[in-house]
Design a protein around this ligand. Structure first.
Ligand code: FEO
Length: 377
């Protein structure tokens, strides 16, 4: 029997110190009750007491044998020490990198260790846990645990989603799972591909991630999305417009473009809208339009941050158009082109660019309509 013993965090202001999570986040932990009992990861330190109380209830007087540590980031590992102090005979299962990190996070902490290697199996009775190493999905020590009895993958951060579990997301799974993926795991496409190859052919009925809902039907859908995302392929033949605007003129240009699109589009003000939603949008759609100004002879700061965020996440395989604005020496188009050439792979540039000198002229408006036509093809 498997019981959920995770918690919902609705108090958090910023997840990992930077992601807004208006509907909170869950830190998932699971209890496998068999001849032997295993706890699958712990929770954020702010929920230690709630977690330990849930665990105690779920144990119904029994004692846990193992704590499996699939991931050492503190949103899952910070309660390890408190748990072991409560159940000092528990064996902590991890790999070499796991134990190194436990000693870094909890200096001087001693506990019973059970060191596992890739492919090792720990039997619990009917259930068994086979350890599938997944380095850099999202940290180097990450491993996943596969239980052949119920064909379940305990997938660490993979297949996670923002949003507490008491929130029925009207947008479904993909939107906040995509923002989570490209915000947090986006840089690690190759390790995710390696994981998917390793799992190919493994019978799978359930995925139990460390964040978000348990996935127990239509698994091909989730795995397919992870495959697309980790190959850096666009999901939609649609347009994402990202702009910055000092006095509203570049915004007007971006909105004029949007109003002439027949394709689906998303539009983001990089100074005001959620930055990570804009990153998600840039990866979701095939076309990206960058509209911005020259600022201190450089790229406007919010746009520069955005370009760096895309670079960090291996941005590639997209078509990009540029709208620039500059009142006396516009050069941001040239600077963005240099940035793209240096840092992005396999980019098609739409040759038509628009240069605005302060406010839109009638000629600018026509150029934007023509640009929209090219994007609509
Ligand atoms: Fe949810 Fe990488 O921690």
């Amino acid at each position: 029997m498997v019981k959920y013993i995770g918690v919902n965090d609705r108090k958090i202001d910023l997840f990992e110190g930077q992601f807004v999570v208006p509907e909170g986040i869950s830190y998932n932990s699971y209890l496998i009750l068999d001849e032997k009992i295993a706890i699958m990861d712990t929770v954020d330190i702010h929920f230690k007491d709630e977690f330990l109380a849930k665990l105690k209830d779920a144990l119904e007087g029994r004692m846990p044998d193992y704590l499996v540590v699939d991931h050492m980031e503190p949103d899952h590992s910070a309660s390890i020490k408190a748990l072991v102090e409560e159940y000092p005979n528990i064996e902590v299962i991890g790999n070499q990198a796991t134990f190194k990190m436990i000693h870094q996070f909890f200096p001087g902490f001693t506990f019973k260790q059970k060191l596992v290697k890739e492919g090792d199996v720990v039997s619990l009775g009917k259930h068994s846990l086979k350890f599938v190493f997944a380095p850099m999905v999202h940290w180097p020590e990450v491993m996943m645990s596969y239980d052949a009895y119920d064909e379940c993958l305990y997938s660490a951060d993979a297949f996670g989603k923002f949003g507490a579990l008491d929130f029925d997301d009207p947008e479904g799974w993909a939107c906040e799972a995509r923002r989570y993926y490209f915000g947090i795991v986006g840089k690690f496409g190759v390790p995710v591909q390696n994981l998917l190859k390793k799992l190919a052919g493994t019978p799978l009925k359930v995925i139990r991630p460390l964040h978000g809902p348990v996935l127990d039907s239509n698994l091909d859908y989730y795995i397919h999305l992870y495959d697309i995302w980790s190959k850096y392929e666009p999901e939609a033949d649609a347009v994402t417009i990202c702009y910055t605007s000092v006095y509203g003129n570049t915004k007007e240009a971006a909105e004029l473009l949007a109003s002439n699109l027949t394709k689906e589009y998303d539009i983001f003000d990089l100074a005001r809208d959620d930055f990570h939603e804009a990153i998600e949008g840039a990866f979701e759609n095939k076309y990206l339009v960058l509209a911005t100004t020259t600022y201190c002879s450089d790229i406007f700061p919010k746009m520069l941050d955005f370009l760096h965020a895309l670079k960090e996440r291996g941005y590639q395989n997209r078509t990009i158009a540029i709208i620039e604005n500059g009142s006396w020496s516009p050069q941001v188009k040239k600077l963005i082109l240099e940035f793209i050439t240096l840092n992005f792979k396999n980019i098609v540039l739409i040759p038509r660019t628009v240069t605005i000198r302060s406010a839109l002229t009638e000629e600018n408006r026509q150029e934007i309509v023509e640009l929209a036509k090219e994007l609509n093809k």
